[in-house]
Design a protein around this ligand. Sequence first.
Ligand SMILES: [Fe+2]
Length: 639
Amino acid sequence: MEALSSSFLSSISQSKRSVIVSKPFSSPSPSSSTRGLNIKAVRTEGEPQTAINSSPASTTPSAVRKSPKTKIPQPPSPVPHPTSRAQPKTTTSPPKRVPVKSNKPQTTPSVQPSVPSTLLNAVEDVINTFIDPPTKPSVDPRFALSDNFAPVDELPPTECEVIEGVLPSCLDGVYIRNGPNPQFLPRGPYHLFDGDGMLHSIRISNGKATLCSRYVKTYKYMTEREAGTSVFPNVFSGFNGLVGSAARGSLAAARFIAGQFNLDNGSGVANTSLAYFSNRLYALGESDLPYEVRLTPNGDIETIGRTDFDGKLFMSMTAHPKIDPDTGEAFAFRSGPIPPFLTYFRFDSKGNKQADVPIFSKLQPSFLHDFAITNKYAIFPDIQIGMDPMEMILRGGSPVGFDPGKVSRVGIIPRYAKDDKDMTWFEVPGYNIIHATNAWDEVDNNGNETIVMVAPNILSAEHTLERMDLVHALIEKVRINLNTGVVSRQPLSARNLDFAVINPAFVAKENRYVYAAIGEPMPKIVGVVKLDLSVAQHRRECTVASRIYGPGCYGGEPFFVARDPDDPNADEDDGYLMSYVHNENTGESRFIVMDAKSPSLDIVASVKLPQRVPYGFHGLFRCIPCYLQGWSNRRMLKV
Ligand SMILES: [Fe+2]
């Protein structure tokens, strides 16, 4: 989700070409927006089930527990920390947040900044205090890092207590989830997408669980750890208006000249997702190259290095590559604000990067975070959310701006294309997807080819970056007839759903079940639903099972793990859903495993975690034997 940090930095350093200017970001008042959107009217929530974090031994209802009042470490600047009770100077009503339990990152070395660094930090404090203070809640650390968004310390492998149920014996592997966790508390503006990537893994073996939390040791992380202070600008939050952008741009240039960092080594935070292909595991952020990581035999997480796949991968790669479960190939792309705005590529089953396929028919940059593949095609959305650094710099708007005059499109290209001559675009008005859940090919009796795609469509795309609490996403099934060009669409649920996943064995193939996180509001996740796509033919709500985590409890993206991945006759939904869940009333985090087949997604095991796991983005599960094969002899770039 760190859509354009290094791409943006590269664009202002390498190109003076103007980018297409989309419409200014519109952020209506909360009241008017809420009336217009009427989220409550379309929500069909079930009754909450037992609170996830209600300890069996406790007699105190979790709903009435007091929030823990652990102090958050004081940032070295006039910017108040998240526990401050002072009201922020905001232009809109901020989302309600409660004080947070935070752990000071003990991994931060007690390094005394150099004299030049101290001077530049002083300049930055002047900018943060007098020139461009964080006035919007979306970039105010007091809100952006409140509750369970606050960072935690690294945690070495630590055994956990299974407090409910039993971890299934067939689960022998590791669940790892990525997410933002800033190494240093920000002295100025901070957006959720700006934080350094931290991996939270829970290794499961013989019914026992071991938690480990480690930073991805990116060039940015290592540089700032050595400097003892933040050095890189926060791209999503640090450039507001001409004066503020000029000031921070000048400061970044001064830091570069002073030798504090080198952009040749990337500036990404690798905080978005993980991908496993060709026996290697990668931590990904779409603004930089992948970072290869591995699990050690004792359950620890190590960063192996930043990789350009032997010089064949340039600049960056999507955080959502698609891995074909049958062939082992990985399909990916990079997108940015300078032409070509989209470049498609793939890796063979051995992880060898194949030639780039620049898509020249994409004439404007747009926010392109995810895509889909079928057995024959790759499908790219071209949505109404544009990537516009100049809008951010000159008008103080968002780098991701909504263009109401643009007609959304879907581009379809053969997945083994050598160039973009067979790329075909289909207009799909109002189709603004950030994530794609799955897609497949269908052929009717007349030989007509149809692409079917399932994805959450953001109805209120103008709020994507600054007011995620106003975002409402409907999961839709879209059919595109490649012969006639006819596009048909069908919502599958009225709920606000995103972070939707499937059984990974069905990627690129027709599948029946989707598991999605319930936003209430986004980015907080109150529960999970199971959709049965076969119900869609009857034009009914496709939800067939759900679980609400309980008062004050919030989870994340679910992940589906098959009970027996080697059984070709197993039901598609024969397996488990897993997620981290945090109870804001108690300050405790848990890892839960749910039975994906049961009508209420029954919890089969709940693991109390020795340390809080902050809210994050995407994760995966791998069996341990596969995972340990991920030792790399590939050339790694300097970090
Ligand atoms: Fe994502």
